[in-house]
Design a protein around this ligand. Structure first.
Ligand code: MEV
Length: 305
C-alpha cells in the first residue's frame, strides 16, 4: 500500500468559449506551465491540510468528497499544498487543486493512475465549488495540452486534444485584478442567451480552424469578437472594459479568460500585441502585473513521495 505520494496539476486558460460552455457550447482550453503541487503523507496522526495560498475550506471539502467517492477513509493524512497559480483569477487554481487531490487520494486508496477516474472525481469536487461547472477546467488540468471541450449532458462530457499546426502568436497574461465575485456567482449571474452563445461557438470554431492550420483567420480579431460577446453577458467590469479599449487603441487585442468579474477586477486577460514593449509600458502605466506563462503544460502527474 502506498502511504506517501506527490501530485501536481496545471492551471489553465480558456482561449474561447467560457460561460457558453456551461450551456453545452464548445470551448477551447489550454493548460499552463504553472502548477499546483500536493504532498500526501498517510503515516501521520489525524487529518491535516496546510497551504499558504489556497482556500482551506475548499480543500477540506475536496478531502471529504474523495473519501465518500472512493469509499475509503483516510483517518491519518497530512496534505501540504503549494502553488504558483493565483487564486480566483481565472487561471484554474481550484480545478488544479481538485485534480491534484483526486489523483493523490486515488493513488493512496487504489494505488493506480486512472486518468478518467481522476477527472471524474475532480469534476465532483468542482461541483461543490460552483454549482454547475462545465467540467472544462478540471479536464484541461487533468489531461493538459490544448483541448476542444463540450458538455453534451451531465454524464456525457466530450473532449479531444488539438494538434497545433502553426506557430502561436505570443500571448501575454495581464492581471486586471482579483474579481470580487466568486466563479459560482459569475456563472449563476449568466442567464441562457442562445444568440450570444451561438455567436461565441462561431468564434470558437474559427479559432480552432486557425490553430489546426485549416484556415487563415485573424486570430486577434476573433479574440476581440469573443471579448465583445463576453461583455454582452455582463462578465467584464467597466474598469476592465476600459483597459481592454486602451489595448485595442494601441493596436492590440484582449479578452478575459475564465469566469470574469463584473464589479471591479475581472481576473486575467489574454493579450495579443506584436510589440512586447507596448504591452509592458501599458501594464506599468496602469499598475497591472504581466504573468509570464507558456501554453500546453503537462496534465496531472503523480509520483511516489
Ligand atoms: C471558468 O473558468 C469557466 C466558466 O466557463 C465556468 C465553467 O466552465 O465551469 C465560466
Amino acid at each position: 500500500m502506498v502511504s506517501k505520494t506527490k501530485t501536481s496539476a496545471p492551471g489553465k486558460i480558456i482561449i474561447s468559449g467560457e460561460h457558453a460552455v456551461v450551456y453545452g457550447y464548445p470551448a477551447l482550453l489550454a493548460s499552463l506551465d504553472r502548477r499546483l503541487t500536493c504532498i500526501f503523507d498517510a503515516q501521520t496522526k489525524g487529518q491535516e491540510i496546510n497551504s499558504s495560498v489556497n482556500d482551506l475550506t475548499y480543500a477540506w471539502k475536496a478531502l471529504k468528497i474523495c473519501e465518500r467517492s472512493l469509499r475509503h477513509k483516510f483517518p491519518n493524512v497530512k496534505i501540504t499544498i503549494d502553488s504558483n497559480l493565483p487564486v480566483g483569477s481565472g487561471m484554474g487554481s481550484s480545478a488544479a487543486l481538485a485534480v491534484a487531490f483526486a489523483a493523490g487520494f486515488n493513488r493512496l486508496a487504489r494505488n493506480d493512475f486512472d486518468l478518467e477516474a481522476i477527472n471524474n472525481l475532480a469534476y465532483r469536487i468542482e461541483k461543490v465549488r460552483h454549482g454547475k461547472p462545465s467540467g472544462g477546467d478540471n479536464t484541461i488540468s487533468a489531461y493538459g495540452g490544448f483541448l476542444w471541450y463540450r458538455k453534451e449532458s451531465e454524464n456525457l462530457r466530450t473532449f479531444s486534444p488539438i494538434k497545433i499546426k502553426r506557430k502561436l502568436p505570443r500571448l501575454y497574461i495581464l492581471d486586471s485584478g482579483k474579481p470580487i465575485e466568486s466563479t459560482g456567482e459569475m456563472v449563476a449571474g449568466v442567464k441562457k442567451d442562445t444568440a450570444t452563445f451561438m455567436a461565441m461557438e462561431k468564434v470558437t470554431r474559427g479559432i480552432l480552424r486557425y490553430l489546426t492550420g485549416e484556415e487563415n483567420v485573424n486570430f486577434g480579431e476573433l479574440m476581440t469578437e469573443n471579448e465583445r460577446l463576453l461583455e454582452r453577458l455582463d462578465v467584464v467590469s467597466p474598469q476592465t472594459r476600459e483597459l481592454i479599449k486602451k489595448i485595442e487603441k494601441l493596436g492590440g487585442h484582449a479578452k478575459i479568460s475564465g469566469a470574469g468579474g463584473a464589479k471591479k477586477g475581472s481576473g486575467i486577460l489574454l493579450v495579443l500585441h506584436k510589440d512586447s514593449q507596448v504591452i509592458k509600458r501599458l501594464a506599468k502605466s496602469v499598475n497591472c502585473a504581466i504573468i509570464p506563462v507558456k501554453l500546453g503544460g503537462e496534465g496531472v502527474e503523480v509520483e511516489n513521495g
